[in-house]
Ligand binder design. Structure first.
Ligand SMILES: *Cc1c(COP(=O)(O)O)cnc(C)c1O
Length: 382
C-alpha cells in the first residue's frame, strides 16, 4: 500500500468531527451526552471511558482534532478560555514565576494579579517585543513565559521562535495564546513553543454561540500531566454539546479565515487613509512595528483591527454609536462584525488608548463594512 502523506490543515479541518460512527454509519460523529459508562462484569473499563468529567468521547474527538491542527501531542478542553488559563496557573506551584506581556488579555491579567498573586504565584509583565526586557525578567524560578501574538487590542507582534530560545536557555517553558491567529495562520509549537492556549469561543467555534477553551501541549509529560489531572479533578471541562458545536464550526474555519483576513485587509486599507483616523493597528500595514516578524511567522494577518479616531473617548463612542453593520459588542471571531470601545470594557488602570475602537471584521460584503464605517466616521466631521 502507498503511504498516505500527512493531510494539510484545510483537510483536517474539513473533516473535523467527521469520523464515521461504527454503530450506524453516520458520517458525523454523534454527541455523547452520557455522564457515565458501563463497566464489564470483571469491573474493567475496556472502552477507557468511566465518567464524563474525566473523559468523554465527543470532548476527546475535539481534543485530538485540535492537537493535530497545532502539531501537538495532546490537548485538554475546558469550559472557557479563562478556565484553560486558570488551569495552567494552577499547574504551577506557589513561588513559581511567570513572565507575561504588559498587554496580556485583560482576563488573564486580572487572574494573575488577583487570585494567583494571593496564592503565591509571582509574575512580571514586560513588553514582549523587547527581547532584552524578557532576558532581564528571567529568574531561576521562572517556569513559564506567556506570549500573546497578535496582542489584544494593539496587535503587537512577538517573535515566538526568539522568545522560545531565550526561555529555554533559562529553563522556562513557553505558552502562546493563539486565539487571534488560529493554527491556520500561526503554529506556535512548530516555532518552538511548548503550549498553545485557545479561547475556542472565538474563531475556532466561530459563530458566537459556544464558550470553550483548550490547552495543546508539545509533549504529554511535565506540566501538561498536571494540566490533565486538574482538568479531571477540577472539572472545568468543555461540555459534549460545546465540543460538538466547536467541531462543527471548525469544519469551515479555513474558508472563514480566508474571508476574515481579506475583509480586514480591505478595511485596514480604507481606515489608514481616512482623515478622521489617527492610527490603525493591523500587522499587514508596512507602518506596523511588528510587520516584519508577522510576515515571517504568520501565513496571513487575521481579522482583528484596532483604530484610533479623532476626538478622544467621546469621538470613539460616537463612531461606535453610529455603526449599523458593525454590532456594538465585545468578543470576536464570529461571522458578524463587532465594534468595541475597549478601554471602557477593561476599566482603569487600562493602558488602552481612550480613542481606540477594536473591530472584529466578519464575513459580510466588504463594501457594506466600508460603507458602514464611512458613515459612522462622518459623525466626527461636525
Ligand atoms: C477571549 C479571549 C480569552 C478568554 O477566553 P474565554 O473563552 O472568553 O474565557 C483569552 N485570550 C484571548 C486572546 C481572548 O480573545
Amino acid at each position: 500500500m502507498e503511504s498516505v502523506s500527512t493531510p494539510n490543515l484545510e483537510t483536517i479541518l474539513a473533516h473535523a468531527g467527521c469520523t464515521v460512527d461504527p454503530a450506524t454509519g453516520a458520517v458525523i460523529a454523534p454527541i455523547h451526552l452520557a455522564t457515565t459508562f458501563e463497566r464489564d462484569a470483571d469491573g474493567a473499563y475496556p472502552r477507557s471511558y468511566e465518567y464524563s468529567r474525566a473523559d468523554n468521547p465527543t470532548r476527546r474527538l475535539f481534543e485530538t482534532t485540535l492537537a493535530s491542527l497545532e502539531g501537538g501531542a495532546s490537548a485538554a478542553a475546558f469550559s472557557s478560555g479563562m478556565a484553560a488559563a486558570m488551569t495552567i496557573f494552577q499547574s504551577l506551584k506557589p513561588g513559581d514565576h511567570v513572565i507575561m506581556p504588559d498587554d496580556v488579555y485583560h482576563g488573564v491579567r486580572v487572574l494573575a494579579t488577583g487570585t494567583f498573586t494571593e496564592w503565591g504565584l509571582q509574575h512580571t509583565t514586560v513588553d514582549m517585543s523587547n527581547l532584552d526586557a524578557i532576558e532581564r525578567a528571567l529568574r531561576p524560578e521562572t517556569r513559564l513565559v506567556w506570549i500573546e501574538t497578535p496582542s489584544n487590542p494593539l496587535l503587537k507582534i512577538t517573535d515566538i521562535a526568539a522568545v522560545a530560545r531565550l526561555a529555554h536557555q533559562a529553563g522556562a517553558e513557553v505558552l502562546v495564546d493563539n486565539t487571534w491567529a488560529t493554527p491556520l495562520l500561526q503554529r506556535p509549537l512548530v516555532l518552538g513553543a511548548d503550549f498553545v492556549l485557545h479561547s475556542v469561543t472565538k474563531y475556532l467555534a466561530g459563530h458566537s454561540d459556544v464558550l470553550g477553551g483548550a490547552i495543546v501541549a508539545r509533549q504529554t509529560e511535565g506540566l501538561f500531566g498536571r494540566v490533565r489531572k486538574l482538568q479531571a479533578a477540577g472539572g472545568a471541562v468543555m461540555d459534549p454539546f460545546g465540543a460538538w458545536l466547536a467541531l462543527r464550526g471548525m469544519r469551515s474555519l479555513a474558508a472563514r479565515m480566508r474571508v476574515h483576513c481579506e475583509n480586514a485587509r480591505i478595511v485596514a486599507g480604507f481606515l489608514s487613509v481616512h482623515p478622521a483616523v489617527e492610527r490603525v493597528h493591523y500587522p499587514s500595514l508596512a507602518s506596523h512595528p511588528g510587520h516584519e516578524v508577522a510576515t515571517r511567522q504568520m501565513r496571513d494577518f487575521g481579522g482583528m483591527i484596532s483604530v484610533e479616531v479623532r476626538g478622544g473617548q467621546q469621538g470613539a463612542m460616537a463612531v461606535a454609536a453610529a455603526a449599523r453593520v458593525f454590532r456594538r459588542a465585545t468578543s470576536l471571531g464570529g461571522t458578524e462584525s463587532l465594534i468595541e470601545h475597549r478601554a471602557s470594557v477593561e476599566a482603569p488602570p487600562t493602558r488602552t488608548p481612550s480613542n481606540l475602537l477594536r473591530l472584529s471584521v466578519g464575513l459580510e460584503h466588504p463594501d457594506d463594512l466600508i460603507g458602514d464605517l464611512r458613515a459612522a466616521l462622518s459623525v466626527l466631521d461636525a
